[in-house]
Ligand binder design. Structure first.
Ligand SMILES: [Zn+2]
Length: 376
């Protein structure tokens, strides 16, 4: 059994439902200390945050990941226990196999080999491992970044081991992410009898055309790196259940995934302009869960692309789609960020898995990437 497979299995065996680390960081600490890493914890709100550093000064290169996993879902639909790692036909099954315990294991083993080979790593090499990425993420990477920023720590490079690959290992590396902006909207009307519409004020009749206009709006055209900003309604509720009552209020929840051609403030202003025209009385509660970012075509992207090519022979596509990750906190901190990891088709699903034959090459990608970054 390869070292990466072994460590992946040890991590999967920990029942680390978000935000519980369930001892994963203890396993990592035991591997990193003998390599000369100083260990510090920034735990907060029941979240475990490991910050391990080796060396001094800049460049500061961070290997980042999360030990928490999403709930397994209905256990009877899994072919094997999600927290008992099992290899069947060359595939490793278990919750977190792809998202992202194998990524963390591959990173740790990459650093072990690198240092065992006596590599000179200039500056500081660090691991930032949190147990709050799949949840609300306020006490995770965001918290650590705030604490380290206050100390004046400035990162140069961050490599996130999230499952970025599409069909083959390394075919995609994530170099940016769209921003995420959401809104809970309540439109107030006046309840009444459907037979006496002039005595009521139907909020559905006000909200429906407003939503239709928002759905039909082209927010921007995207750019060379990003698809256009998207708008999606995720919830829509109104009505008392009775067939003869005009409801007193209507509610909608919607979300923007926005690119660098739009700003959150601009999108909000445009939504309010539409709502103001259709809905006399409404309340819009906005939440913003991440700014968009794009890593420039600098040293990290070049090194990452070359490392993937060298190890897999695949030319990686620079990608900015998909959901959010902790890269959204590392990029505004000042780091060039890439996400490289295993194939993502099973993440958050029943029978989550990763190909065993991808584990060692993934670890090798991280190793070569670190070597290339070091060879300044
Ligand atoms: Zn993840």
């Amino acid at each position: 059994m390869s070292a990466v497979l072994e460590l992946s299995c040890a991590l999967i065996a920990r029942r680390s439902n978000t935000p519980d680390d369930a001892g994963c960081c203890g396993i990592l600490e035991a591997r990193l200390r003998p390599l000369g890493f100083d260990i510090e914890y920034f735990n907060a709100g029941g979240v475990t945050n490991l910050w391990a550093t080796r060396g001094n000064g800049r460049p500061l290169t961070i290997l980042a990941g999360h030990t928490d996993v999403v709930p397994a879902g209905p256990l009877d639909q899994w072919r094997s226990d999600p927290f008992k790692p099992e290899v069947r036909d060359g595939v490793l099954y278990g919750r977190g196999a792809a998202d992202m315990k194998s990524g963390i294991a591959a990173m740790v083993c990459a650093v072990e080999r690198l240092l065992a080979n006596g590599a000179n790593v200039p500056g500081t090499l660090a691991f930032l491992i949190t147990s709050d990425e799949e949840g609300i993420a306020t006490h995770g990477t965001q918290h650590v970044v705030r604490e380290l920023s206050a100390r004046g720590v400035v990162p140069d490079y961050a490599i996130v081991g999230e499952a970025s690959s599409n069909l083959r290992l390394g075919d995609r590396i994530v170099i940016g992410r769209r921003g995420s902006l959401g809104c809970n909207l309540t439109v107030t009307g006046r309840q009444g009898h459907v037979a006496y519409p002039h005595k009521g004020d139907n909020p559905v009749h006000r909200l429906a055309p407003a939503l239709a206009e928002l759905v039909a709006t082209q927010w921007d055209s995207g750019n060379a790196h990003f698809p256009p900003t998207s708008f999606q309604i995720s919830n829509f509720h109104a009505g008392t259940g009775a067939t003869n009552v005009i409801p007193g209020s209507a509610e909608a929840v919607f979300n923007f995934r926005y690119c660098t051609e739009s700003t959150a403030e601009d999108l909000k202003a445009r939504v309010h302009a539409v709502l103001d025209r259709w809905c006399p009385r409404y309340q819009a509660d906005w939440w913003h869960s991440g700014l968009p970012f794009l890593t420039r075509d600098g040293r990290l992207r070049t090194s990452a692309t070359a490392a993937v090519q060298q190890v897999t022979g695949v030319q990686p596509e620079p990608f900015t789609g998909g959901g959010t990750s902790d890269a959204r906190f590392l990029a505004p901190w000042g780091a060039e960020v890439v996400e490289i990891g295993p194939i993502n088709d099973s993440i958050h699903k029943i029978d989550e898995h990763v190909r065993v034959d991808d584990l060692q090459p993934l670890s090798r990608i991280y190793e070569v990437l670190l070597q290339r970054l070091a060879a300044a």
